[in-house]
Ligand binder design. Structure first.
Ligand SMILES: NC(=O)c1ccc[n+]([C@@H]2O[C@H](COP(=O)([O-])OP(=O)(O)OC[C@H]3O[C@@H](n4cnc5c(N)ncnc54)[C@H](O)[C@@H]3O)[C@@H](O)[C@H]2O)c1
Length: 359
């Protein structure tokens, strides 16, 4: 078994998660890390003493020793890095989204689909045990004909103006995962949609959005996402679920970021499955990627650039649609300032900025 040499570009929060998982695996060796913020180099060198630290992404992308690159900087750097990685025949693990605009994302899809490389995206829900369980039960007939899928992810989370500008408002930055999960459960493309959003705290973009509509195969959906859920509450909480309503039975999941629970109420099967939540499932993603590179056969569980582009494009469409549907303002810029101040000193919370404990 060949040890795969990997270079990480962007060692922020997600790049750090990748590094942790590579260090635990005997199939990977992190040989290079590109992080332009040199104030963090000392800390990174302690975590990965064998990796060479650089500040220029080209030092990773053009290095003949590097087999695989992880693209975990922000979305506005992605397309140029993908172009270079493809031209130097590197396999790619990209963070989502794979570009900062749908046009750039479809360019990236075309590039990787026509190159002799493996490319995947960290659509982490696809590698979660609970989504796979829901898909299995939907396909088994236990629920009858699938009629409705409902997904909700309301958390305090990353608030407006804290970063990720290139990733777009919350419904794109985070919500594209739920568009992708709904697409994965139903196995059909989005057809109709209507979106209602709210511009919390008078921010320029909506930070809560609910979309509903149908898939081409007639299944109806609703997706709710907001990083607005009790930002200033004394004790923060969240509400996350996925559920499938069939003509005969239902299946649903919820989690507390530590444990996930899937409840199945099928025609013959009544079951409650409780297992560790699994976080971002990066351990699974890099195993699938190593298997796919080693065997030369792409694992069907490896998320594709095409799937990422579709989910991202749909999330952007919902945001565009919401701008035509009243888009009320609730709250004030002063409240948002209070939220920023509170989050700056929080040590345990939702979607905190780097260096802090985070859910
Ligand atoms: N899959 C998921 O569930 C998930 C979750 C959160 C974030 N993300 C994605 O991961 C990406 C990174 O997010 P984050 O929260 O880790 O951000 P972050 O700001 O913590 O990290 C980004 C890092 O990239 C570095 N950087 C900037 N430009 C660079 C360049 N040209 N070359 C190399 N490094 C560069 C920055 O200095 C920073 O350290 C985003 O695109 C985001 O959408 C994905």
């Amino acid at each position: 078994m060949k040890i795969l040499k990997v270079g990480i570009i962007g060692l922020g929060r997600m790049g750090g998660f990748f590094l942790n998982e590579f260090l635990k695996s005997d199939r990977w060796q992190v040989t290079k890390i590109c992080e332009p913020d040199t104030t963090r180099h000392e800390e990174i060198a302690k975590r990965a003493p064998e990796a060479e630290l650089v500040v220029d992404e080209d030092d990773v992308l053009t290095d003949p020793e590097v087999d695989v690159v992880v693209l975990s900087a922000l979305a506005d750097t992605r397309l140029r890095q993908i172009e270079k990685a493809v031209s130097y025949n590197k396999h790619i693990i990209s963070e989502k989204p794979i570009g900062d605009t749908p046009e750039n994302e479809w360019k990236a899809v075309e590039l990787v689909e026509n190159a002799p490389i493996r490319a995947t995206v960290n659509l982490y829900l696809r590698n979660s045990w609970y989504l796979q369980e829901l898909i299995k039960v939907a396909d088994s007939g236990e629920l009858g004909e699938i009629a409705v899928v409902r997904l909700c992810h309301n958390t305090p989370g990353l608030s407006p103006g804290e970063g990720h500008e290139a990733e777009g408002p919350a419904f794109h930055d985070c919500g594209m995962h739920y568009c992708d999960a709904a697409h994965a459960i139903v196995g059909s493309d989005f057809k109709t949609y209507h979106a209602q959003a709210v511009r919390f705290w008078a921010y320029k973009d909506p930070w809560w959005l609910e979309a509903h509509g149908t898939f081409e195969n007639g299944v109806a959906f609703d997706i709710t996402q907001g990083h607005v859920y009790g930002q200033l509450s004394a004790v923060q909480t969240h509400n996350s679920y996925m559920e499938i309503i069939g003509t005969k039975g239902i299946a649903r999941m919820t989690h507390d970021f530590k444990t996930a629970v899937v409840d199945i109420h099928g025609v013959t099967r009544t079951e409650r499955i409780e297992r560790p939540y699994g976080g971002k499932n990066i351990d699974k993603l890099i195993e699938l990627m190593a298997d796919s590179i080693e065997s030369g056969v792409r694992s069907r569980h490896l998320p594709t650039f095409r799937e990422a582009a579709m989910a991202s494009e749909f999330a952007w469409k919902c945001l565009d649609n919401a701008r035509q549907n009243d888009l009320p303002v609730r709250g004030t810029a002063e409240e948002l300032e209070q939220i920023h101040q509170r989050r700056a000193t929080m040590t345990d919370g939702y979607g905190l900025l780097r260096k802090q404990t985070t859910h």
